[in-house]
Design a protein around this ligand. Structure first.
Ligand SMILES: [Zn+2]
Length: 137
């Protein structure tokens, strides 16, 4: 569900967040908004420090760049198991649908190398949240 908040005058975009760890972080870390851990609430990614934003992709112009950013993650950190192990982003129906319909994409999985990999493409602007890093026009 994407919320539009046009009063800000900001065009729709995604903020890209990335976090890797040795294991899935405990909920206590995920509730700590000063932490770079993937938060429990999707909208709370936007409350993290602006320098945790790895990239910002404008919608719809940068949709392919957003997809490529996710693909890089799979190339670098193939999954240990599950659908990510055999499929590329283009075949991940759910991810593609999220991208095509301007929704959030949130991944959390264990890589073949034993890392916990978390990635978020978080739709912005959204109600109740401040844009952490407005895209350049
Ligand atoms: Zn934003």
């Amino acid at each position: 569900m994407a919320f539009h908040w046009h009063e800000t005058g900001l065009a729709d975009h995604w903020h890209a967040y990335a976090w890797n760890g040795s294991e899935r972080p405990p909920d206590s870390d995920r509730r700590d908004q000063g932490s770079s851990s993937p938060p429990l609430e999707i909208s709370h990614w936007l409350r993290q420090r602006p320098d945790y934003v790895k990239a910002t992709f404008k919608i719809p112009d940068d949709r392919d760049k957003a997809r490529a950013w996710l693909q890089e993650t799979l190339d670098e950190y193939p999954s240990r198991e599950g659908p990510f192990s055999r499929h590329k982003v283009s075949e991940l129906t759910y991810t593609s649908e999220c991208l095509e319909s301007d929704h959030d994409v949130v991944w959390g999985y264990y890589s073949a190398s034993g890392r916990y990999v978390s990635r978020g493409l978080i739709f912005c602007p959204r109600a109740g949240e401040r844009c952490p890093k407005p895209p350049r026009r």
